[in-house]
Design a binder for this molecule. Sequence first.
Ligand code: FES
Length: 134
Amino acid sequence: MAIQKNTSVSRRRFVGVVLAAAGALFLLLTGRIVRRGRVLRRRRTVVLPASLPEGISFHDGVIAVRHGERLTLLAARCTHLGCTLEAAGDGTIRCPCHGSRFDERGRVLQGPATQPLERLSWHRDRQGRPVVNL
Ligand code: FES
């Protein structure tokens, strides 16, 4: 009879240890996820060259579209699931992940994305370089 009681206590202790370890692992992993989320949301500044090429060019997460003196800056992040966009080679912008396409104004030409690209507000620094905060 005493042996059965000890076995029962051992099982309870074992289950308790397993649950405590699972809880500690859960807290550890969610803590990392939260920390990564903070890092991803941290703002950063991108400074573009003062003289940008005519048409579409890509600069560290920013798409610059210049036509003469008119300059538009777009986020180089797909509005479907956030992949980094690239030049399609035909004057459009393409997502390498699922094939969405955007025109140089950021409008959707082809899904699965349904939302246009984010237009970024920017200013010029003293050297005349476009500066954007992402
Ligand atoms: S993330 Fe760009 S099309 Fe899916």
